[in-house]
Design a protein around this ligand. Structure first.
Ligand SMILES: N[C@@H](CCC(=O)N[C@@H](CS)C(=O)NCC(=O)O)C(=O)O
Length: 211
């Protein structure tokens, strides 16, 4: 059975949990990271030298980097769903996964860590505001894409949606300035209709929340 190490309130762990449940693949999860620790110990580092969650083990393969894990799971267990077999369609999903990892999350990191991980007295409001503004700018691109697409890569759920959903859920539920993004919100409402999304992503992301 697949094993996964990572606290269930992590934005990156949630991608993997949501993906596994969409694919109906059974797994065992162990808390790690954040308040649980364990991810800087030698037995963890020998399997993921980056010392971050998520980490999975499947059939003797240790794998880390959440988007890579999502692609692996879809390729192995998805039977053409979630990660299309057609190279062009697949590239559209991959593109949005890269956009999440390389553009959206770096913009959002300051606001997320500032508001979720940092006690109020240590926060840097200007940095949080700058991050929130930068996030809105890059999410405008996603909002435009969703004006005439049901999901980020077209008319079906793919890994692109799985990469972006947990980040966008946080953005929509934090106390930050948000310009209106009607198409993005319609897309998010569509994700919220999925039981696997509600179960794994629409939960508290506070650091102290139970997992
Ligand atoms: N690029 C990595 C980033 C992983 C990452 O930053 N994980 C965070 C949680 S979201 C982590 O392990 N932080 C340290 C901790 O929780 O102790 C991925 O997508 O898997």
């Amino acid at each position: 059975m697949i094993e996964i190490w990572g606290r269930a309130n992590s934005v990156n762990v949630q991608k993997v949990l949501w993906c596994l449940d969409e694919l109906a693949v059974p797994f065992e999860r162990y808390d790690a990271g954040g308040l649980y620790g364990g991810n800087k110990e030698s037995n963890f580092l020998s399997r993921n030298p980056a010392g971050l969650v998520p980490l999975i083990s499947d059939d003797g393969l240790d794998l880390w980097e959440s988007n890579t894990i999502v692609r692996y799971l879809c390729a192995k267990y998805g039977d053409g769903s979630l990660w299309p077999e057609d190279p062009a369609e697949r590239a559209l999903s991959d593109k949005w996964m890269d956009y999440q990892l390389g553009t959206v999350f770096p913009a959002f990191r300051g606001a997320l860590l500032g508001l979720v991980r940092t006690p109020p007295e240590d926060r840097d409001p200007a940095a949080i505001e700058a991050s929130a503004r930068a996030t809105a700018d890059v999410l405008t691109v996603l909002n435009t894409q969703l004006e005439d697409h049901e999901y980020v890569a077209g008319d079906a759920l793919t890994g692109g949606d799985i990469a972006l959903g947990p980040t966008v859920y946080r953005w929509l539920n934090m106390e930050i300035e948000r310009p209106p993004m009607p198409s993005l919100e319609v897309w998010h409402d569509r994700l919220a209709e999925r039981p696997a999304y509600r179960k794994n992503v629409m939960v508290s992301f506070a650091m102290e929340s139970p997992t």
